[in-house]
Write a protein that binds this ligand. Structure first.
Ligand SMILES: Nc1ncnc2c1ncn2[C@@H]1O[C@H](COP(=O)(O)OP(=O)(O)OP(=O)(O)O)[C@@H](O)[C@H]1O
Ligand SMILES: [Mg+2]
Length: 275
């Protein structure tokens, strides 16, 4: 008898942009054998819609040397349309076309993902000085209310959760997709956490594209300085997750054949785990 696993899959906006056909095909089989929960981001789609509407996203450098997106009220509207709207519904539609009983919503709905809103951000302005920007609508995940998710799983639905979250005062807030997904995985006691993106793992070297098969949280933390772009943020999230008790944080591509089966049977991608 096969053991039924609870698997949380984070579908990155980067992967969604490339197409989720391979994932959906795999889920046709996997979702019958295991309980699947999808949590998705939508960064590139938010950026694209902003451009299309003539209100492009603004990015700033932070004092910590990261790049941050400024989510003001206008951008929050775009988040609602792109992430909660188009991306979420397209994932649900792709799954339902394969007869998978997908149910889409966001962390805002029902207050499923509660976050602490950060209403201002510290940036480095074009004069190289620290500056505070107010009216920010992003935040950090605080708690996950599992009731709705457990109910859906019990009734054989596959929850598809956009990472937009709910603040204590009821505002919609944009949160990091990997962190939202990890928080969901921890709250529902998931057996596996997989962050599916558009690369097959953490590259040792951007030119050779050699994948690092496994890293401890300490190795991952030390490696962050060598990494740029979205992967840097993902490694921060992975280290934080392992330190808070998550057993494994798996990073793999959703563009290969049968990505989830491949991880379950062949241990593919980069596996970050405790020392
Ligand atoms: N050392 C590295 N190894 C692998 N990818 C890297 C590395 N350094 C930078 N990257 C970049 O990080 C990207 C993945 O992170 P990104 O945040 O863009 O994706 P995502 O988390 O799946 O999507 P989203 O944040 O929109 O949900 C890759 O496409 C790659 O270009
Ligand atoms: Mg990312």
């Amino acid at each position: 008898v096969k053991i039924k696993l609870k698997i949380v899959i984070k579908v990155g906006g980067a992967l969604f942009a490339q197409g989720i056909e391979k994932l959906v095909e795999d889920l046709e089989v996997i979702s019958k054998e295991h309980q699947i929960i999808i949590v998705h981001g939508g960064g590139p789609q938010i950026t694209e819609l902003g451009k299309k509407l003539g209100t492009p996203a603004k990015y700033f450098d932070t004092p910590k040397g990261m790049t941050t997106r400024y989510t003001d009220e206008n951008q929050l509207e775009i988040v609602k349309n792109a992430l909660a709207g188009s991306v979420n519904k397209n994932i649900v539609e792709a799954l339902r076309r394969k007869n998978i009983n997908a149910f889409g919503f966001t962390g805002l709905d029902g207050g499923v993902i509660m976050a602490n809103r950060k209403d201002k951000i510290m940036i480095i302005n074009d004069k190289g000085k620290r500056q505070i920007l107010r009216g920010e609508f992003s935040g950090k995940v605080n708690t996950v209310n599992t009731e709705i998710i457990e109910f859906l799983l019990e009734k054989q639905y596959l929850p598809v959760i956009g990472c937009m979250s709910c603040s204590e005062t009821g505002d919609a807030v944009n949160v990091d997709g990997d962190r939202a997904a990890i928080a969901v995985a921890q709250a529902i006691n998931a057996d596996k956490f997989i962050s599916l993106t558009d690369v097959e793992g953490v590259y040792k070297n951007m030119e050779t594209k050699e994948i690092i098969p496994s890293m401890t949280d300490v190795e991952a933390e030390n490696f962050i300085k060598n990494v740029s772009g979205g992967m840097k943020k993902k490694l921060f999230a992975a280290v934080e997750a392992i330190k808070s008790g998550v057993k494994e944080f798996i990073i793999y591509s959703g563009q290969v054949d049968n990505p989830i089966s491949d991880i379950l049977t062949n241990k593919k991608g980069t596996i970050i785990s405790k020392n």
